[in-house]
Design a protein around this ligand. Structure first.
Ligand code: NZQ
Ligand code: ZN
Length: 385
């Protein structure tokens, strides 16, 4: 196992009907900006419930943060924060709203060149202050509610950023706010959480037994509870397990001291930016094809994945690996996620454009070992055609 630091200050408030606790979680004299997306939280009453629990605080609203939040939209929220001297941000929504709010938290304390926040990749943004923020998570998927990452679209490209300053002070995870999700968003969330675990687990073995077994537990839980919550919208217990799996998949705990891949995410982000495919779906297209292309590279962990996650114990190692990858793809398909690019109208020309764009973005050496080059990216995409 590699050396690591682990720090995660987010207070999780998990369970049904806990909104009244907002009063203790946000300073009583705070001027609060509530940020939300395209309107689901208004439509389904979540926003009113949140506001009713903010007591006598001054509360402002900023709606209209789109899925895959755009820099220009978020800068309008930054203007509100500055003009109104807002001192607490409350994100009510999915990953896009939470990520967008993190960007606003950093950008509101920057005088100029706000887009430069987006150009540090996975290195921390060199900021020293941010407006504190909290989250009411309405979509289990990204883990944004308990991590220090965000992804913002700028000039039609997706840029990840991170800073310890944007860990939410708290996140409320109440399954009641998720029952209005359309089915396909549940499927997207299951796929996203599954691939978050895989990108930290299915790399090179470093004898990190705790992280491996946490990861295997999360994958097994997603395989068990993902389809239940997808099929049965009223199953609160399945929903709770799915929610906590999604948060745990990317709150840092399984990623400490182990190599991390993230190639599926980097390729997937291009598919979202160029073809507007939902984040979770892009990952489900890329992952099976990537695992097939990297079979020998990831051999040891793929055997472990086959045996411990899919309970495949018969046959040779190669047979187990092939069966595990097929089962992974079928799992996504069982959630009505199509794992072929042609379904989304993407042909060879589209694939070449993806590769060209990745080259422009400097995404030329991906994976846990930095040896997944654009030639291999092209092979992966062609195999997913
Ligand atoms: O905008 P509204 O009207 O609220 O509708 C949203 C949106 O259309 C809807 N929705 C959310 N909660 C709902 C609901 N509809 C009904 N009932 C509810 N309770 O769902 C749609 C999708 O929402 P979005 O927030 O875009 O989805 P998700 O949570 O999957 O977030 C995706 C974003 O997160 C980024 C992705 O790149 C993408 O931009 N990611 C963030 C990460 C992080 N911060 O660590 C890691 C991830 O890998 C990912 O890259
Ligand atoms: Zn993701």
């Amino acid at each position: 196992m590699q050396n690591f630091d682990y720090y995660n200050p987010t207070h999780i408030v998990f369970g049904q009907d806990r909104l009244a606790e907002l009063d203790n979680l946000i300073p009583s004299d705070a001027k609060v900006l509530v940020l939300y997306g395209g309107g689901s939280v208004k439509r389904y009453g979540t926003l009113d419930k949140v506001k009713a629990n903010l007591g006598a605080r001054t509360v402002l609203e900023f709606g209209g943060i789109e899925a895959n939040p755009k820099f220009e939209t978020l800068m309008k929220a930054v203007d509100v924060v500055k003009a109104e001297n807002v001192d607490f941000l409350l994100a009510v929504g999915g990953g896009s709203v939470m990520d967008g709010t993190k960007f606003v938290a950093l950008a509101a304390n920057v005088e100029s060149d706000h887009s430069s926040i987006l150009f540090h990749g996975f290195e921390p943004v060199p900021a020293t202050t941010a407006v504190p923020l909290g989250c009411i998570a309405t979509l289990p998927a990204t883990g944004s509610e308990m991590n220090a990452f965000g992804v913002v679209t700028f000039n039609e490209q997706k840029y990840p950023f991170t800073s310890p300053l944007v860990y939410p002070k708290f996140s409320v995870l109440d399954p009641n706010f998720t029952f209005t999700l359309p089915k396909e968003q549940i499927a997207n969330g299951v796929a996203d959480a599954f691939v978050h675990v895989i990108e930290q687990y299915l790399t090179q073995p470093v004898n990190a037994k705790v992280q491996d077994r946490f990861s295997e537990g999360l994958l097994k839980t997603l395989i068990e509870e993902g389809p239940v919550t997808y099929q049965d919208n009223d199953n609160v217990e399945a929903r709770k397990n799915f929610m906590w799996s999604a948060t745990s998949a990317l709150n840092g705990i399984i990623g400490v001291g182990v190599p991390q891949d993230w190639a599926t995410h980097m390729i997937g982000h291009e598919l979202t930016a160029m073809f507007d495919i939902a984040h979770g779906r892009t990952l489900a297209i890329i992952l099976p094809s990537l695992l097939r292309a990297r079979k020998s590279h990831k051999h040891a962990k793929l055997v472990q994945f086959a045996e411990r996650v899919w309970d495949l114990t018969d046959g040779t190692d190669d047979e187990k690996i092939d069966a595990a990858i097929d089962k992974t793809e079928s799992f996504f398909n069982s959630l009505d996620i199509v794992t072929k690019l042609s379904h989304y109208g993407i042909d060879e020309t589209g694939i070449e454009n993806v590769v060209t764009n990745m080259e422009k973005m400097g995404l030329t050496h991906l994976s846990e070992t930095g040896d997944l080059t654009l030639d291999i990216v092209k092979d992966i995409l062609m195999a997913a055609k």
